[in-house]
Write a protein that binds this ligand. Sequence first.
Ligand SMILES: Cc1cc2nc3c(=O)[nH]c(=O)nc-3n(C[C@H](O)[C@H](O)[C@H](O)COP(=O)(O)O)c2cc1C
Length: 320
Amino acid sequence: MLAGARVSPEKLRDDIRAVKARTDRPFGVNFLIAPPGEGNEDVESVQRFLDRFRERLDLPPGETDVSLPPSPLPEQLEIVFEERVPVLSVALGDPGELVERAHDEGALVSAMVTTVEEALRVVERGVDVVVAQGAEAGGHRSTFEVGPGGDVPLVGTTALVPRVVDAVDVPVVAAGGIADGRGLLAALALGASGAQLGTRFLVARESGAHPAYRERLLAGVETDTLVTHVFTGRPARGLRNHLAEEYLRDGPEPLGWLLHSAAAGDIYGAAKAADDGDYSPLLAGQGLGLLGDEQAAAEIVEQLVEEAGNALSRLEGRGL
Ligand SMILES: Cc1cc2nc3c(=O)[nH]c(=O)nc-3n(C[C@H](O)[C@H](O)[C@H](O)COP(=O)(O)O)c2cc1C
């Protein structure tokens, strides 16, 4: 699955062609489809709070006339369809009429959900695959409608997956906290047709995670993450760091989704460039502690399959 979010249309086309040059097998392109969200409208209050982080990074005070550029999504989608990408994958919202458009273009559609209600809604739209995202998952919660103060349901993978499997008649992919072969086997036992892993691949050699981020991932354990909307205005699970803890303790309500990241973008960019793990979101799930060493992504996949096979043999050995 290729990431489409935050990728320019030109780069997206190059990425798609690079995948097609390497394989004839199916792949997808993924987008976060939530439109700009509601949040604190007092940009000044957020920027003046964020200035404390800017001071530590030698950045000038934040601008208050923050605006969002037009969404690149329509252009990105045209590229996906023109390039005949086999699967369109969406998260963070109801794909609505996009499903019919994708089908007309010959693409299958996968949508990520966090409740049975959302699963039923996307299946009614005609999606071909449902990704059931449990509360353990790293990254943004795919909840369609976020409540006041960033409130979202947090249903664990073990409870969510079988409920979604029973509710829908399309293949279900399990996501959230799966970081080794035992987790993969468990997902299959719950009725999932596959598993979607994020955090495990953050420490792959090919990952774009900067060195300080990797170090914290490899040193982290299952209690080191939290779900908060102070990173981007939309709830996401990430590592506890200064940014998360200080903002939660002293900060104002964040701006809306997309606008908040735009306002804090100078801080996040500077922290990443300085390889500083404290002042940018370090998204990660509860599978920390299970990540093993840095490996190539292909080796991780091979290892997962081998471990799942071993776990299955152990169960068979016990007569299960
Ligand atoms: C750093 C990071 C970035 C992510 N970016 C996306 C994304 O762009 N689109 C998406 O659908 N899901 C994204 N996810 C969430 C994954 O789809 C998935 O729900 C999650 O990684 C599964 O849980 P795990 O991290 O415990 O494996 C991201 C997750 C992480 C950790």
